[in-house]
Design a binder for this molecule. Sequence first.
Ligand code: BEZ
Length: 212
Amino acid sequence: MTIRLGDIAPDFTQESTEGSIRFHEWIGDGWAVLFSHPKDYTPVCTTELGEVARLKSEFTKRNVKAIGLSVDPLKDHLGWTKDIEETQSVKLNFPLLADGDRKVSDLYGMIHPNANDTFTVRSVFVIDPKKKVRLMITYPASTGRNFTELLRVIDSLQLTDKYSVATPVNWKHGEDVIIVPSVSDEDAKKKFPKGYKALKPYLRVTPQPDLP
Ligand code: BEZ
C-alpha cells in the first residue's frame, strides 16, 4: 500500500518496549511521530534514539508523542535500550515497536527492497490528531536524521492549520510568515491586524500571527 499525505495513517497493534500498542488509541487526541530504524544495535540508530529522548520536552510542548520502530524482537530492544542509556546518557522515554514480523514496516512501506531487502530505511511519518499523515520523509540507512528539522515542520503544520498562512524557506518559530494567496487584500487587513508587506501581489509577508 502506498501512503500519501492526507491519508489516514494505517492503524495496527504491535508489541513495544512499553507493552502492546494499539496505534490510533495510543496517539489519542495529539500528534505523533513514527520513525523506523534499520536494525537494533546499530550506531546511527543509537544516536538518533538518544536525541529523540533528549528532545522529549520539545515534543511534549507541541503535544506530540514519538514512537520508534525496528524490525527486531523485543528481547533485542530491551538489551539495546541499556546501551542507548549508557552511551547517550539518557533513558529511552518513548516506546520502540518490536516489528520482528514486519507488520508495521510493511503497512507503512518502510522496507525498500532495492535499497535493502531486510532492513527498513529511515522513514518518518508525522500524524495529526485526526490521524492524517501530514509529513513523510525517507532517509537512507547511512544518514542520521535531523530531529530539530522535524520539530520545525511540526511548528509550521500547527501554525498553518490555525491561520491562513504558509511558512517560507528555512522558516523558524518567531519569524515572519506568508499570507496564503487565497486571502484577498481586504480580508488580509482584517485577519492580520499587525499588518503585512506586499513584495508582490502574491507575496505578502506578516509577523507570525500567534505571537504577542
Ligand atoms: C546504523 O544505524 O548505524 C546503520 C544501520 C544500517 C546501515 C548503516 C548504518
